[in-house]
Design a protein around this ligand. Structure first.
Ligand code: ADP
Ligand code: MG
Length: 250
C-alpha cells in the first residue's frame, strides 16, 4: 500500500514529423515527459523549435508520428475522433495569444458557449459563467462585448472560458504575448491560483522571462527536443511511503 502521485501526462519517445515537399521537418523529436496534476509548467524556446506542435499533441489536436501520449491513463493515439473531441471539451482548456473571443457575443456568452457540448441548461451555464467571471475579477463586465474590454480583460474572459468545464489542463500558447506587463502579472496570478488551488495542470508556452518565472518547472525546447532547464527547481513527485514504513527503521 503506497500513496503514489500519478502523472496526468506520460509521453514516451514522441516524434512529430511533417513532410514538406521532399523534406521532413522534425517539429517534435524523441520527447519523453511526465506532467503532474497541479503543476505550472513553462515551455520556452526560439521560434520554430516545436512549442506549438507540443501543445497540439498535449491538447489532443494532433497525433504523434511515433511514440505515445498517454493522458489520464489513456493513449490518445488509440482513441476515436469522438472520444478525442470529448476529452478536449471536458478535460482541456485552451488559451491563445490572440484571445480568440467571438466579437458579437458578450463576455458571459463567450464563456457560456464553451459549456454547450456538455448539454447543461441555459440557466446553469449563465450561473457558472457569472461565477467564473467573478473569479477572474470581471463581475462588472459580464455584459460587455470584447471590443469594450482591454486586452488583459479579454484574456481573463478567455481563461474563464477555458475553465468553463472544469478541465484537468489549461494549455496556453503565449498567453501574455499581446499584453502589457501589468496585465501579464494579473494573468500570472490567475494561472498560478488555478494550479495551486484547483489542481489544474497549466502548461504555458512563452518567450518572456517574467512569465516563465511564475512556473514551478521550466522546460526548454530546441529543434524539437525538450529538456528540463538547469535552473528549474523541479523534482518529480515521488511515491510517499506509508508512515509505518519508517517505524523502527532508524
Ligand atoms: N502543419 C505543419 N506543416 C509543416 N511544417 C510544420 C507544421 N507545423 C509546424 N511545422 C514546422 O515545425 C517546426 C516547429 O513549429 P512550431 O511547433 O510552430 O514551433 P514554435 O511554436 O516553437 O514556433 C517549424 O519548422 C514549423 O515550420
Ligand atoms: Mg508557436
Amino acid at each position: 500500500m503506497e500513496t503514489t502521485t500519478e502523472p496526468l501526462y506520460r509521453l514516451k519517445a514522441v516524434d512529430r514529423y511533417f513532410r514538406v515537399g521532399s523534406a521532413e521537418v522534425r517539429a517534435v523529436d524523441n520527447v519523453d515527459l511526465e506532467l503532474y496534476p497541479g503543476e505550472l509548467v513553462a515551455i520556452e524556446g526560439p521560434s520554430g523549435s516545436g512549442k506549438s506542435t507540443m501543445l497540439q499533441l498535449l491538447g489532443a489536436l494532433d497525433k504523434p508520428s511515433r511514440g505515445s501520449v498517454v493522458f489520464d491513463g489513456r493513449d490518445l493515439s488509440k482513441l476515436e475522433d469522438g472520444e478525442l473531441t470529448s476529452i478536449r471539451a471536458r478535460d482541456i482548456g485552451f488559451v491563445f495569444q490572440a484571445f480568440n473571443l467571438i466579437p458579437t457575443l458578450t463576455a458571459s456568452e463567450n464563456v457560456e458557449i464553451a459549456m454547450v457540448p456538455l448539454k447543461e441548461g441555459k440557466a446553469q451555464r449563465r450561473q457558472r459563467a457569472a461565477e467564473l467571471l467573478d473569479q477572474v475579477g470581471l463581475s462588472e463586465r459580464t455584459r460587455h462585448l470584447p471590443s469594450l474590454l482591454s486586452g488583459g480583460e479579454q484574456q481573463r474572459v478567455a481563461i474563464a472560458r477555458a475553465m468553463a468545464n472544469k478541465p484537468r489542463v489549461i494549455l496556453a500558447d503565449e498567453p501574455t504575448g499581446n499584453l502589457d506587463s501589468r496585465s501579464s502579472e494579473e494573468i500570472g496570478t490567475i494561472l498560478r491560483s488555478l494550479a495551486a488551488e484547483h489542481g489544474v495542470t497549466v502548461i504555458l508556452v512563452t518567450h518572456a522571462d517574467n512569465v516563465a518565472g511564475w512556473a514551478h518547472r521550466r522546460l526548454a525546447m530546441h529543434d524539437g527536443q525538450l529538456s528540463e532547464r538547469d535552473d528549474s527547481q523541479w523534482t518529480a513527485p515521488r511515491a510517499v511511503p506509508p508512515p509505518e514504513a519508517s517505524v523502527g527503521s532508524g
